[in-house]
Design a protein around this ligand. Structure first.
Ligand code: URA
Length: 435
């Protein structure tokens, strides 16, 4: 079998069979298939798609490209959560300690930023000393003692996805349904949890821009998870504007901490609660979602969710002082205010543009090995539906370099659509899909 023939086959729009998909993933993992051939294949998949059967085969081949974790040493029902990626999406930072504080074990594998979206691993690096490189023993021990562990994708867990994810990030091949579904589900199936809750984003800042595509992606992933014997559910959430107000690593960590202190943005809290409710019900901690919401309100009000975040940061070698004093987190010292050009209402904020502006400031990766700057970012002052007057701040940008700040500011300015009439903002939670 030759990879070149498989690329040609996919270029012609034909289906790859199970053996061919296994050959391709095995070869890419062991290095006998180089990045340039895999990039061509990823692009051919972007143009011609994959059937459900091919997607399931790709998922299982990537799951089996490495170790499949055995979490049976962890007591309780382990529920994992994963997002398809958004702008300002700091959900895991608040959600994981919140549900863990209610006794649900969180054993989570997280990724780094992809394209214009941020990743949990990058955000956690804001705590000095924090490590996501955990041995399997430490991972299990931390979940049993602290109730939560978040690890980066180790070289041994779905290594094919790890390589392909980094490749897609820099070859314009991220936003393809089968590639996203197989990437997420291969990791989730390899990481050994009992149940999976998926946050599938839709809107201009999501990889799946159209609602119908997000539903199709959610259905595909729920079906793969269910077939693999895991309780799986998805919530379709809006990404028609950034989630919350903060975009950029440190700024997002501060917003997640604020949320655990009971003063977070409403839209962000809604997403955290929608996903958390499913996790608590799957874990048998709440009888229904209404009870789950009451429990989560309680854990925020009595400070136990915030305390859990501090315990988790410490258990993974981090300095937890910023959890109680967010001024310790790195924030770039130069600012640029983007102002409203006219009176009216904010009718749209192109989230993808805001994410790209953050990347331009240095908050995301331009290539596979770029270092990211945790201190830069964008704080939105106005969101969809808000009234504005000319000259009022729409957003504040934090950066280190005047030139980059100006370029990013132009992008953020253009991302705001201001109209004379107020358009009703799109929903934050669209619907759920249960397996
Ligand atoms: N998250 C992933 O893990 N993979 C994708 O392809 C997109 C989002």
């Amino acid at each position: 079998m030759r990879m070149c023939d498989l690329i040609l086959k996919k270029k012609r729009g034909e289906e790859l069979d199970t053996k061919e998909i296994r050959f391709m993933i095995r070869g890419y993992t062991d290095g006998s298939i180089p990045d340039y051939q895999m990039s061509a294949m990823a692009m051919a998949i972007c143009f011609n798609g994959m059937s459900r059967r091919e997607t399931a085969d790709l998922t299982l081949a990537m799951r089996d490209s490495g170790e499949v974790l055995d979490l049976s040493g962890i007591r309780g029902i382990k529920v994992d959560k994963h997002s398809t990626g958004g702008v300002g999406d700091k959900t895991s930072l608040a959600l994981a300690p919140l549900v863990a504080s209610l006794g649900v074990p969180v054993a989570k594998m997280s990724g780094r930023g992809l394209g214009h979206t941020g990743g949990t691993i990058d955000k956690l690096a804001c705590f000095p000393g924090f490590t996501t490189s955990l041995s399997a023993e430490t991972f299990v021990r931390n979940v049993n003692t602290v109730g939560i562990a978040i690890a980066g994708q180790t070289a041994s867990l779905a290594p094919a996805d790890k390589k392909l994810y980094a490749l897609r990030d820099v070859t314009g091949t991220v936003d393809q349904m089968s590639l996203i579904a197989s990437s997420i589900m291969s990791k989730k199936l390899a990481s050994g949890s009992d149940a999976i809750v998926l946050d599938v984003k839709t809107g201009n800042g999501a990889f799946m821009k159209r609602y119908e595509d997000a539903v199709a992606l959610a259905e595909e992933m729920v079906s793969i998870g269910t077939l693999a014997g895991k309780k799986t559910a998805a919530v379709i959430t809006g990404m028609d504007q950034p989630l919350g107000f903060a975009v950029g690593n440190s700024l997002e960590v501060i917003e997640a901490i604020d949320t655990l202190c009971g003063r977070g943005p409403e839209d962000f809290k809604e997403v955290v609660f929608a996903l958390g409710a499913k996790m608590l019900v799957f874990a048998g901690r709440a009888a229904d979602e209404a009870e789950a919401v009451r429990l989560m309100e309680g854990a925020i009000a009595d400070g136990s969710a915030l305390k859990k975040l501090a315990e988790f940061v410490e258990a993974q070698g981090g300095d937890a002082a910023p959890v109680y004093d967010t001024s310790l987190l790195p924030i770039a010292d130069k600012t640029f205010i983007v102002r409203a050009p006219k009176d009216g209402y904010v009718n749209r904020i192109l989230a993808e543009e805001v994410g790209t502006a953050c990347m331009q400031l240095g908050g995301g990766r331009e290539n596979k090995d770029s270092e990211i700057d945790l201190s830069v970012g964008i704080l939105l002052k106005k969101k969809n539906g808000d009234a504005v007057t000319a000259g009022e701040p729409l957003a504040v940008l934090y950066g280190r370099d005047e030139g980059k700040l100006r370029a990013a500011a132009d992008r953020v300015q253009a991302a705001y659509e201001i109209g004379r009439e107020r358009r009703k903002p799109d929903p934050v939670i669209y619907r759920s899909i249960d397996g």
